[in-house]
Each structure stands twice: as C-alpha cells, then as structure tokens.
Design a binder for this molecule. Structure first.
Ligand code: NAP
Length: 254
C-alpha cells in the first residue's frame, strides 16, 4: 500500500472512531483524575502517564515538519508554532505542574491516548508539511481563514491556560482533595479548560482549513463534552453549595 492510500484510510478510520467514541463516552467516563477507577487493570503514576500520553503530539508533528524538508515559509512556521505552543506545554511542562499526589492512571488509558496523539500528530503534520503543503506557503497568509483561525486558537489557548492555572493553584502543597474553582469563566461553566481546548482546535481547523484539522477538533469535542458533563455531575453531587447557575461546558448553553 502506498503512503497516501494508508494516510487516507487512517484519516477516515480516525473520523469513524471519533463518531463511535462520542456517544460511548456518555456512558463510560475515562478513569483518570477524579474519575479514577480500580477496575481498569495495571496503572502508572499520573505524571508519567501525562508524559507518555502527550509526547507523541510534539514528536510526531515535529518529525513530519523535519522530514518534510523543514519548510520555513511563514504559514508552515505558524502551524508549527501554534501546535508546539500548546503541546510542548501539555507534554513536558503540565505534567510537572499537577498536584495529584500518589494518584495513578490505568496503563490502558495512557496507551490509548498515546496511540491517539501519535496518529493525530502524524495526520496533521503529514498533511501540513507533506500531502497538503502545496495549498499553503506564503500566499496562505493572505487568507482571512488563516488569521481568523489563528486568533480563535490563541483565544482558546488563553482560556485553557487560565482555567488550568486556576485548578492547579487550588491545592496547597501536599493537598490532594478538590475545591470549588472560582473566577474567570468558572463563573459560568464547570470546565472552562475543556471549553478553551475545544476553541483552540476549532481555531486550528479554521487556520489550516484541512480535514485532519477538522478531525482533531471533532475528536476534542467527542472527548471533552461528555467528560465535562461527568465533571459537572460530580461537582453537584460532591458540593451541595455548588453554584446552581453554572453550566457544564458552554456559557449559557449546557
Ligand atoms: N484534546 C483532548 O482531547 C484532551 C483530552 C483530555 C484532556 N485535555 C486537556 O488536558 C488538560 C487536563 O485535563 P484533565 O482531564 O486532567 O482536567 P481536569 O480534570 O480539569 O484536571 C486538571 C488538573 O487540575 C486538578 N483539579 C481539577 N479540578 C480540581 C479541583 N476542583 N480542586 C483541585 N484540583 C483540581 C486535577 O487534579 P486530579 O488529577 O487529582 O483530578 C488535575 O491535576 C486540560 O487542559 C484539558 O483540556 C485535552
């Protein structure tokens, strides 16, 4: 099989699995963090799990740029910058900022997320710096889609960073329990970090105007919308005083 044929098959398979995963996650909540469960087999430490899960995003995308001839036109550099702005933090900084104590996650979760980020990094990187590269180049910067998408991405990035920052500062050193987060978008929703993440990858899809970019944005929604509902339900059960006006994910909607 040629690589383009393999790529097409992988991309459509990736979209199909996203469509199946979305409804499934309303019934199964991935067992990490507050939804930790003992029944998912062997586990690894949370911090190591995050490193393992997210590193392929940095490495696969970078490898596609490097092996794709290290393009230095402004659009290619912008795509590389936006992607790595998010993922260098997520893979190599965020794991050292979490305060989860001795919390662990199932190896099955880390392994499936590893597979996901590897495929996703390849699909997006290979398109932008390989199969789809002819569509971009310097001329792509004259496209409103590029600028609108980049702006949406950066707004989402700021929302995600701020929301995670609030969460990561709720615990004092040595604490492992949960508190009600407040301020910023927490006034309106339970999971502004997930909301920001969805805005980010929607922006990336617009900026690159590509099917792999769209597939990633849909995957992010498929993963995080059901999880935001699970978090929301969990807060309401755990804290009787939880602000009743807060929605799960999107201000004013749900
Ligand atoms: N693109 C995707 O598909 C995708 C998928 C998953 C995650 N992500 C991103 O990865 C980041 C982390 O995700 P996550 O699912 O771990 O988010 P999370 O459940 O909101 O937790 C984030 C961190 O804050 C801590 N925390 C959360 N709520 C807290 C509270 N009320 N009191 C004290 N500490 C609290 C958590 O500790 P514990 O670990 O102890 O709960 C964890 O270390 C987010 O920015 C998310 O958008 C992206």
């Amino acid at each position: 099989m040629t690589e383009p044929a393999f790529y097409r098959l992988l991309l459509w398979g990736f979209l199909l699995v996203a469509a199946l995963t979305f409804p499934a996650l309303f019934f199964i909540t991935a067992p990490y963090g507050r939804h930790e469960a003992k029944s998912w087999g062997p586990t690894i430490g949370n911090r190591l799990g995050w490193l393992v899960m997210e590193s392929p995003s940095v490495l696969a995308f970078f490898a596609c740029w490097y092996l794709g001839g290290r393009p230095t036109d402004p659009a290619s550099l912008a795509f590389l910058f936006l992607w790595q702005l998010h993922y260098v933090h997520r893979a190599w900084i965020f794991p050292f900022r979490i305060k989860s104590g001795p919390k662990r996650m199932p190896i099955a979760i880390a392994a499936s997320a590893f597979t996901f980020t590897l495929i996703n990094g390849y699909l997006n990187g290979r398109w932008l710096f390989g199969f789809g590269a002819d569509r971009y180049g310097a001329a792509w910067l004259e496209e409103p889609r590029f600028w609108i998408g980049a702006a949406v991405f950066l707004v989402g990035f700021a929302i995600n960073q701020h929301a995670d920052w609030v969460l990561l500062h709720l615990r004092k050193p040595g604490e492992t329990g949960y508190k009600i987060p407040r301020g910023g978008l927490y006034r309106w929703v339970t999971c502004p970090n997930y909301f920001g993440e969805i805005v980010e990858w929607t922006g990336f899809a617009i900026c690159t105007w590509s099917l792999p970019g769209l597939a990633f944005a849909l995957w992010t929604i498929a993963n995080l919308l059901p999880r935001a509902r699970s978090h929301h339900r969990w807060y309401r059960e755990k804290f009787p005083e939880y602000p009743p006006e807060r929605r799960a994910l999107v201000p004013g909607l749900f």
